[in-house]
Design a protein around this ligand. Structure first.
Ligand SMILES: Cc1cc2nc3c(=O)[nH]c(=O)nc-3n(C[C@H](O)[C@H](O)[C@H](O)COP(=O)(O)OP(=O)(O)OC[C@H]3O[C@@H](n4cnc5c(N)ncnc54)[C@H](O)[C@@H]3O)c2cc1C
Length: 414
């Protein structure tokens, strides 16, 4: 039977990166997950800190980390460990042939599907917004039948952003997908994975754009983490290309997930998918195993250390009941206001965070769970990603950054 040193629960960005980190340190790692995580449908850009606690845009995330509340995951890790995680991630992407660009000292403002700009820290080369910013002529490409993406909305939105008064032109292209339904970016990206799709698209795009223009298009340049189509298009058109952020399914996250899963395979990490971890086995304050429960029967897996990367409420790692919230696998406590009416503010959108958005597990400096008095609850369990308390990724734009940095730390500790 396989002996595992480390078991990771959860296959989102935090679980995948924690498993890679532990495996690269020579640990025998198994990853058990019931789903694919937000990364499979989300944007693949790595937000670290877009807005500070007062809602002000952050220019230099590295410098702004020092101003965060003491229970924020980045404050628990410290700036140096976040920097190391970012550098390790950039090195990994480079080594896998799909480099990312950016650094922890600068935020970049990337165009969303609505033609607004959002701050992020690291992006694939296809989302380098500096190219768009420097452009004079911009060709916005849309696809016939592609839902959730309108070239007109993009142009109207960008024109209102300071510094984005450019010469815009709009091009609408046909795909060869004829199954009678609305298309998603993933459909178009799959079409562009095929040789025939690529050939048709290169021909149609080249005919529609003027060399020297910057081409702005939704995230459709294939589902694989490689830049061959991107470079082929640049060469054929004589233009630079920039992919925007997309609404789910945003293919850029899907590509990153594929890169990380490929990497797990090379590192001999065993990945068990569609496996729901129903409980942990705890003896004398240590976890000795986890139990998965699927339709057929329960299975027990043992290891020395465990990483809990189960994705908070959205991922299924935390659950809320009337007056109470709980962590699902170990039944760890979540501190919440006694009165459920205080869990949320009446207004959905306001300057600040909804209280529930910051609910999660409290941890020590090694990311192990503690109770409200700071008492260590499990000696050999390390928490990473969205199950952690103390941050609201939607408001501050820190989702993938917290996932990466805490995963790196948890993987190193385990
Ligand atoms: C649509 C969308 C778009 C986003 N875009 C961006 C972006 O562009 N940039 C950015 O920085 N952030 C973005 N975010 C936020 C970011 O994706 C998340 O903050 C981050 O990826 C969380 O990763 P995670 O691994 O902690 O959690 P998740 O991705 O939720 O993964 C949790 C994993 O745990 C598994 N799991 C849960 N419970 C169990 C159990 N009992 N047994 C087994 N497995 C279990 C789940 O199936 C899942 O695989 C986006 C989020 C969403 C929803």
């Amino acid at each position: 039977m396989r002996q595992n040193d480390v078991i990771v629960i959860g296959g989102g960005l935090a679980g995948l990166f924690a498993a890679i980190t532990a495996a690269k340190r020579g640990r025998q790692v198994m990853l058990v997950t019931k789903g694919v995580g937000a990364i499979a449908i989300g944007g693949g850009s790595i937000d670290v800190l877009g807005y500070d606690a007062t809602g002000k845009p952050v220019r230099d995330p590295s410098a702004a980390l020092g101003g965060l509340a003491a229970d924020h995951p980045f404050a628990i890790l410290g700036q140096q460990r976040v920097e190391t995680a970012v550098q390790t991630f950039l090195g990994l992407c480079e080594a896998e042939g799909y480099p990312y660009q950016g650094d922890l000292q600068h935020n970049q403002w990337i165009p969303t599907a609505l033609g607004r700009l959002k701050p992020t820290c690291l992006t694939p080369l296809t989302m380098n917004s500096a190219i768009l910013k420097a452009a004079t002529d911009v060709t916005v490409v849309e696809f016939e039948g592609l839902k959730d993406y309108s070239g007109r909305v993009m142009v109207d939105g960008l024109r209102q952003c300071p510094g984005y008064a450019k010469n815009y032109s709009l091009v609408s292209l046909k795909t060869d997908i004829n199954d009678g339904r609305d298309l998603t970016a993933l459909d178009v990206a799959r079409w562009l994975d095929s040789d025939s799709g690529q050939a048709a698209f290169i021909e149609r795009l080249t005919a529609a754009v003027r060399p020297g223009s910057v081409i702005l298009l939704p995230p459709v340049l294939g589902t694989k983490p490689d830049y061959r189509l991107f470079h082929a298009l640049e060469q054929a058109t004589g233009c630079k290309l920039v992919e925007t952020v997309g609404l789910p399914p945003a293919v850029t996250g899907y590509r990153l997930r594929r890169l990380l899963v490929n990497c797990l395979g090379k590192l001999n990490v065993k990945m068990i998918e569609q496996a729901n971890v129903v409980r942990g086995i705890v003896e004398n304050g240590r976890c000795t195993g986890i139990v998965t429960g699927n339709l057929d029967r329960e299975r027990t897996y043992r290891a020395e250390s465990f990483i809990l990367a189960s994705g908070g409420f959205f991922g299924g790692g935390l659950q809320a009941e009337a007056g109470r919230a709980r962590e699902v696998v170990f039944d760890l406590p979540i501190t919440v206001p006694a009165n459920s009416a205080d869990w949320s503010k009446e207004k959905l959108f306001f300057a600040g965070s909804q209280p529930f958005a910051k609910f999660g597990l409290q941890v020590d400096g090694k990311l192990r769970p503690v109770d409200a008095s700071g008492k260590l609850l499990l000696e050999n369990v390390y928490v990473a990603g969205k199950s952690l308390a103390g941050y609201d990724y939607c408001v501050e734009k820190s989702g993938n950054g917290v996932a990466l940095a805490t995963a790196y730390q948890a993987g190193a500790e385990a």
